[in-house]
Design a protein around this ligand. Structure first.
Ligand SMILES: NC(=O)c1ccc[n+]([C@@H]2O[C@H](COP(=O)([O-])OP(=O)(O)OC[C@H]3O[C@@H](n4cnc5c(N)ncnc54)[C@H](OP(=O)(O)O)[C@@H]3O)[C@@H](O)[C@H]2O)c1
Length: 355
């Protein structure tokens, strides 16, 4: 037995009570033990998402966990210990995956136990911070562009929140798919949006409906809307051309406008589906719901995306790498908005993961 190993402690960031970023507190405890079918992962990088802010702040959400709980739905790390009945992975292997338990993924930690079926091997030599961007953001982008949006080469697509974590992933996958792209973002992120292959639109000072009309004449084929809100979705619908598809994937505006934005977005989506004008409003499951129901799709697509990362076909935009102990600052940064790409928490576990 290795006594040094036995003394190792787990540092974990918990939501101690619901509230502002200051409620995130670090605790130290014994290492968690993997259950049957699980592996213990020594975390190298964990993603911080807009969803995390919602679970930290609001208590009355369906399925909201009881405090204290640990956020972090996407992780990259090395397999540290196998639970019983795990034959697909080996200790020391680098793996990546998402955890679909609402708000309690557990990635904001040095160690986390996860089901082996939700982890896929990572090709050697990759930066964990870039890998973790792929797990939720690129899978979400892939699902909404291809499975739900059904995009075809040459089609015109408007991506809202184009400089955000999911937005930058949508633009990179959209470029690979041969799309003609437009993206809404704050002015200071326009250079990035252009570099990723889209025509930028300043949503703060321009009316995107008018701008899309003047740029395209007859509208776009697909709008991908991670901003949400009844008025925003209605305006997104209006910029669709004949037979266009509206794909709603989130409510980034929740931070400023509050939780009611979710139900209002759902209501307008139902209403828009009923309009008999040939435009389509597909049902949009979340990545978590879809991945849970389609494990084979999840594993195959994540493996394919990690191969694209290794081959340099995609290059995630990492807004900032922060040590685990600075989780509260990471949340403040997301709440302020204006960043580009994904904020990632890193542990000392990888030489590539230093901030
Ligand atoms: N359905 C799913 O499975 C799924 C999966 C992952 C994420 N999501 C959701 O997708 C959304 C985006 O996530 P994220 O991680 O990309 O967040 P993020 O990195 O914080 O990006 C959000 C972006 O939205 C932009 N934005 C805010 N209000 C806007 C508006 N009115 N018009 C245009 N852009 C606006 C911000 O731009 P500026 O900073 O320039 O203001 C920012 O770039 C969140 O609601 C998240 O919950 C859904």
């Amino acid at each position: 037995m290795n006594s040094e190993k036995n003394e190792e402690k787990n540092h974990r960031v918990v939501v101690s009570r619901h509230g502002g970023p200051e409620v995130l507190q670090e605790v130290q405890e014994d290492l968690p033990e993997p259950g049957a079918g699980e592996v213990r992962v020594k975390v190298q990088a964990a993603g911080v998402s807009a969803f995390d802010l919602i679970y930290r702040r609001w208590r009355r959400l369906p399925g909201s966990p009881r405090v204290p709980f640990t956020l972090g739905e996407d992780v990259v790390g090395t397999v540290d210990k196998l639970g019983s009945a795990v034959t697909s992975l080996e200790p020391g292997q680098t793996v990546a995956g998402g955890t679909w338990a609402l708000g309690v993924g557990g990635g904001y930690a040095d160690f986390v136990c996860l089901p082996a079926g939700e982890l896929v091997p990572v090709p050697p030599g990759l930066d964990p911070a870039e890998v973790v961007c792929v797990v939720v953001n690129y899978l979400t982008a892939h699902l909404h562009l291809h499975r739900i949006g059904g995009v075809r080469s040459g089609e015109r697509v408007l991506v809202h929140g184009a400089a955000g974590g999911v937005g930058t992933a949508l633009l990179q996958l959209g470029k690979l798919a041969g799309l003609e792209m437009y993206g809404t973002a704050s002015r200071h992120n326009h250079e990035l949006v252009s570099a990723l292959g889209a025509t930028p639109i300043d949503y703060r000072t321009e009316d995107f409906v008018e701008r899309i009309r003047s740029l395209t004449g007859d509208g776009v084929d697909v709008v991908i809307d991670p901003v949400g809100g009844a008025r925003h979705l209605w305006r997104s619908y209006r910029v669709l051309g004949k037979g266009g598809r509206l794909v709603w994937l989130g409510s980034a505006a929740t931070n400023k406008k509050g939780l009611l934005i979710g139900p209002f977005s759902m209501l307008i989506m139902v209403f828009l589906k009923l309009i008999p004008d040939g435009k389509q409003v597909p049902t949009c499951p979340t990545l978590g719901t879809f991945a849970k129901a389609h494990n084979e799709w999840y594993r195959e697509t994540l493996t394919e995306l990690l191969d694209s990362l290794a081959a340099g076909r995609i290059k995630p935009v990492v807004a900032e790498r922060m040590p685990l102990a600075e989780a509260a600052r990471a949340h403040e940064m997301l709440e302020r908005s204006g960043h580009a790409g994904k904020v990632v928490l890193v542990t000392g576990a990888s030489p590539l993961s230093r901030p």
